[in-house]
Ligand binder design. Structure first.
Ligand code: NDP
Length: 327
């Protein structure tokens, strides 16, 4: 792990950083870099994100010009837009000795972009969305990030990437060396196994309760909408998943938990997890994603109509109306 003792923004003294994209990550990275004394240029198309960067006082330029004016380039636009934007506006403007940094390994892991030889390449992947990256920086703390030096032509790639990590505040919490392949695969596995599993667990619990005659609104509140479960997960991030139950649960709660723990998910679910991981690692998922994107994401439309209008969602809408601003 790397901490503040291992890195300083002085590692990138005299360099200018182009932040490409001013969205969830770009806005937070740019503000923290600037407050750490780093020279920053924003690269963005002409639209409302560009206007926001200008309003926040940044030197804002078309993407190609921003890359031309910098020696370090952070690509912070959605991964699906990387190949087109990279090939047209970034690659032709990178120079030997520049450092090119991604916040997610996807585009490099699956060869969707080819960074010119002579350019350093690194991954600096925050394990958090943008707002906490900014808020914690302002509070004097930071968030965790994964780091991988993918190509080192200058002999300074690690030092420079740690310079960025220190300036954004990641080394205040900790920066863990993790290969870009692993970072990408873990992220996709979380999205494709854990997230659907959790959503299905909540839906199943909701259906059991409502079919047994319970009112959907208190059922939803008790399941997750009160925020208690979310607080428990926040607590678990520091104390551990089992320990949080041990520390926060009454004997009645703990007795109930231990009575069924380990019995509700069969080996079949674990086997499905392995299949999903194999599909991610073999490139099957990326192939399916490319076909889906070419066809205009038809499955996402089906997902919206199948799930976003289901009884749990409509109950949540009623709950929001009942609770007003609290929900
Ligand atoms: P956002 O969706 O917030 O990015 C929005 C920005 O990208 C805007 O500046 C937008 O400008 C620009 N953009 C979008 N589409 C295009 C396009 N086709 N051409 C040019 N610019 C475009 O992205 P995130 O901040 O969520 O993600 C950025 C990177 O960070 C990704 O690699 C992601 O995987 C990674 N990441 C994200 C995390 C998160 O919590 N969101 C966590 C960790 C990593 P415009 O006005 O031109 O649309």
């Amino acid at each position: 792990m790397y901490f503040d003792k291992d890195a300083t923004s002085q590692h990138i003294d005299g360099e200018t950083v182009a932040v490409i994209g001013y969205g969830i990550q770009g806005k937070a990275f740019a503000a923290n870099l600037r407050d750490s004394g780093v020279s920053v240029i924003i690269g963005n198309r002409t639209d409302e994100y560009r206007d926001a960067a200008v309003a926040d006082g940044f030197d804002t330029r078309p993407i190609a010009e921003a890359v031309d004016g910098a020696s370090i380039v952070l690509l912070l636009i959605p991964d699906e837009a990387h190949p087109e934007v990279f090939n047209a506006h970034i690659a032709p403007h990178l120079h030997d000795g520049d450092l090119f940094v991604l916040a997610h390994g996807f585009s490099v892991r699956y060869d969707r972009i080819m960074v010119p030889a002579g350019v350093d390449v690194a991954l600096l992947a925050p394990k958090m969305f943008g707002k906490p990256i900014r808020q914690r920086y302002l509070n004097g703390s930071g968030v965790l990030a994964f780091l991988d030096v993918i190509r080192d032509t200058t002999g300074r790639a690690l030092r420079r990437t740690l310079g960025i990590a220190a300036a954004v505040g990641f080394t205040r919490y900790g920066v863990m060396p993790v290969s870009h392949q692993t970072e990408t695969e873990l992220d996709l596995f979380q999205e494709q196994f854990l997230t659907p599993l959790l959503l299905d667990v909540f839906r199943t619990a909701f259906e059991v309760l409502v079919e047994a005659g319970y009112d959907p609104l208190p059922s939803l509140l008790d399941m997750h909408a009160s925020g208690e479960m979310a607080e428990m997960m926040v607590e678990a991030a520091s104390t551990g998943l089992y320990e949080v139950v041990e520390q926060q649960g009454s004997p009645t709660c703990r007795f109930g938990v231990q009575r069924y723990l380990g019995q509700l998910l069969g080996g079949e679910v674990k086997a499905r997890g392995r299949e999903i991981l194999d599909d991610i690692r073999s490139g099957g998922f990326v192939e399916a994603l490319s076909k889906e994107a070419e066809a205009g994401y038809p499955s996402l439309d089906e997902y919206r109509s199948a799930y976003l209008a289901n009884p749990m969602t409509t109950a949540h809408d009623r709950l929001r109306a009942a609770l007003g601003a609290q929900a």
